[in-house]
Design a binder for this molecule. Structure first.
Ligand SMILES: *Cc1c(COP(=O)(O)O)cnc(C)c1O
Length: 366
């Protein structure tokens, strides 16, 4: 008898990440130095210099296992957020925390509610655990939160909302988010994925709801985006101690490596790097918005560090841009085949990307 794989694997899509620079370089015959990657919402300014310095100091200790409980990092995050270490779960990227949610709450036959055009990892994890994915139609590509509340049934165990959302960059209103938190029934875990929260100027701070110990609310954040540490994989979840204790049972002992524990501690103190990144990002959004308006290309106004633009045949434009050394993200996998997602780069990278896009679309840049 052949291997009997988990039946959930049969129709499971494989996550398609942004393509690595080296891989594209080999494929299109350019040198890696001539390629820019605006495909994975990384920080174009690089990691915090304070984080790099702190990490280089621990290299000589890498023969030791990391602190499995990440004492200093949890204490620092707790202090910064006005929470306790027992409110914090750390993951190997916030992707791993999504998987903890699956282990802790998803079994075959239960429902998980998401929005159309949600972050790709929610459906993957939902299917992996044999749960049913209930995808609620979007409103102008954003989450329809009242409709998501209406989609909740006695079988629902989890609702995922990324705010701002990836890949659309849309932001749900303060009123809708507060209503969602207040109206979500007790048997449903509400996961608010705040991967891009640090890019917002003005938002609802949901940490006070965690302080009130709402038993069924989880906030997720990451060091991969504004902190520029995607390569070392660190995300965190914030919730009531009872919820966090459940996740601790499904977490592998040493999921957070020693380098990132040191790097994240230092990055949390690097306000300069954070401010420069925010400023670079707003300038990028402004540049692409004004350029797309001038070129009469449809785009989705973004609250994050990337933007969706409508280019016609997204897969073709993606492939042509790649030949010019510009890696973007095609959106067919998200059922948005006419759109491309472009991450904000440095000013020079943004200009290069726009020039390449104009050349592929046969438009004048100026
Ligand atoms: C990038 C992203 C994450 C996860 O990032 P990690 O690198 O795993 O921390 C989670 N949610 C959303 C919506 C994202 O865009």
């Amino acid at each position: 008898m052949p291997l009997q794989f988990n039946p959930a694997l049969k129709d499971m899509p494989v996550y398609q990440p942004g393509r690595p620079i080296e891989e594209v370089a080999r494929e299109v015959g350019l040198s890696a130095a001539d390629i820019i990657k605006l495909a994975s919402n990384e920080n174009p300014l690089g990691p915090s210099p304070l984080a790099i310095a702190a990490m280089s100091k621990v290299l000589g200790q890498l023969h030791l296992y990391p602190d499995g409980n990440a004492f200093h990092l949890k204490a620092k995050l707790a202090g910064k957020l006005g929470l306790e270490p027992t409110n914090i779960i750390l993951g190997n990227g916030s992707n791993e925390i999504i998987e903890f949610v699956g282990h802790a709450l998803m079994t075959p036959g239960v429902d998980v509610v998401v929005s159309d055009y949600c972050f790709a990892v929610y459906p993957i994890v939902t299917r992996l655990f044999g749960a049913n994915l209930i995808s609620v139609p979007a409103l102008e590509l954003g989450h329809d939160i009242p409709a998501m509340l209406r989609a909740i049934t006695p079988q629902t165990r989890v609702v995922f909302v990324a705010n701002p959302n990836n890949p659309t960059g849309t932001l749900a209103s303060r009123e809708h988010v507060v209503r969602l938190i207040n109206d979500v029934p007790d048997h449903v875990l509400l996961v608010m994925d705040e991967a891009y929260i640090e890019f917002l100027n003005d938002t609802v701070d949901l940490v006070p709801f965690v302080r009130q110990a709402r038993p069924n609310l989880l906030l997720m954040r990451t060091f991969s985006k504004i902190y520029g540490l995607a390569g070392l994989r660190l995300g965190y979840g914030l919730g009531a101690p009872g919820l966090i204790a459940a996740f601790e049972k499904v977490r592998q002992p040493f999921n957070i490596n020693a380098l990132i524990q040191a790097g994240a501690l230092a990055a949390l103190d690097d306000d300069t790097h954070l401010k420069m990144t925010r400023k670079n990002n707003s300038a990028g959004l402004h540049f692409f918005e004004s350029s797309f308006r001038r070129l009469r290309l449809a785009y989705v106004p973004s609250s994050a560090n990337f933007m969706l633009v409508k280019v016609g045949d997204g897969s073709r434009v993606f492939a042509e841009l790649q030949k010019l050394g510009v890696i973007t993200r095609p959106m067919a996998g998200y059922r948005l085949p006419e759109w491309l997602r472009i991450s904000m780069g440095t000013p020079a990278e943004n200009v290069r990307c726009l020039d390449a896009l104009c050349s592929v679309l046969g438009m004048e840049t100026k």
